[in-house]
Design a protein around this ligand. Structure first.
Ligand code: NAD
Length: 248
């Protein structure tokens, strides 16, 4: 099938679905100028993001990890949602039973106007107390760019703060994972801009397929999901979502 046929087929499936679920990864924010983990560059090019964003790296050297997060927060603060984020926000308003699950921590889906997002990995704008001191329960929002202190400290007990994100080597919140599992029981499941190698997020596609969903991937590069989905669209998120949205 040509790419146009694929766009038309996916648009038809979306139009007739009762429940559409989209899972996004870092590739959706690439067009906003935020590097993915597979293509990191610039100041931190000599570091592996999977290693820096690991709980062991943070515990061994919190200042280096915080400096990397400070750099990423600066990039994100200077970026805005792109057309892929705004199409997804529009689907949230116009498609019944729409759910968005994201692995992104940049909050660009929120800034585009999507509501009730299932955020698997948290938000880069939140912090938590490493010691989980009781007054800090649930963490707090911090939007300082650059950070005012290095490393940042818990405002309640004045000990080390940590990024409010799920680091590699850590488990996801079971309640959030369960919400993502429920959302994966849908008619159409579309995975966009994710390398589909980070579990458990990568398992949601298989779950959706097992439950009978029509599945699609949007990613310019082939991933382990490409051979599993009903339709693999080898295009960028902005281009593909603009084309599909125009057909709805
Ligand atoms: P990843 O970096 O592993 O993979 C990104 C994927 O996006 C790749 O498969 C790449 O081919 C694809 N891609 C690149 N440009 C694209 C485009 N224009 N359109 C569509 N796809 C494009 O990211 P991941 O799969 O999300 O998982 C790794 C982890 O990275 C997640 O835990 C996430 O929290 C974290 N992360 C988040 C951000 C963010 O919040 N923006 C940025 C980097 C990493």
């Amino acid at each position: 099938m040509s790419i146009t046929d694929n766009y038309q087929k996916l648009a038809r499936k979306i139009s007739s679905a009762r429940r559409v679920t989209v899972l996004t990864g870092a590739g959706v924010s690439a067009a906003s100028g935020i590097p993915t983990f597979r293509g990191s560059d610039g100041l931190w090019k000599n570091y592996k993001p999977e290693e820096l964003a690991h709980i062991n790296a943070f515990m061994n050297d919190p200042i280096t990890v915080w400096k990397w997060y400070d750099w990423r927060r600066g990039l994100i603060a200077g970026a805005g949602p792109n057309r892929a984020h705004t199409v997804i926000a529009d689907w949230g308003r116009k498609l019944p039973g729409f759910s968005l699950i994201t692995q992104n921590v940049d909050d660009l889906h929120d800034r585009a106007g999507t509501q009730n997002i299932i955020k698997l990995h948290g938000s880069i704008w939140r912090m938590e107390c490493v010691n989980r001191c009781p007054p800090s329960k649930g963490g707090w929002r911090n939007e300082d760019v650059p950070l005012k202190e290095m490393p940042p400290l818990c405002p309640y007990c004045h000990r080390l703060a940590r990024p409010g994100v799920v680091l590699f080597g850590e488990a996801l919140d079971p309640a959030i994972l369960s919400a993502a599992g429920d959302a994966s029981e849908c008619d159409v499941f579309i995975t966009i801009g994710t390398s589909s190698v980070v579990y458990p997020a990568a398992g949601l596609l298989s779950l959706a397929k097992e439950k009978g969903a029509f599945t699609a991937e949007i990613n310019p590069d082939a991933t382990p999901a490409s051979g599993i989905v009903d339709i693999a669209i080898a295009e960028g998120a902005v281009e593909a979502l603009s084309e599909i949205d125009a057909l709805l």
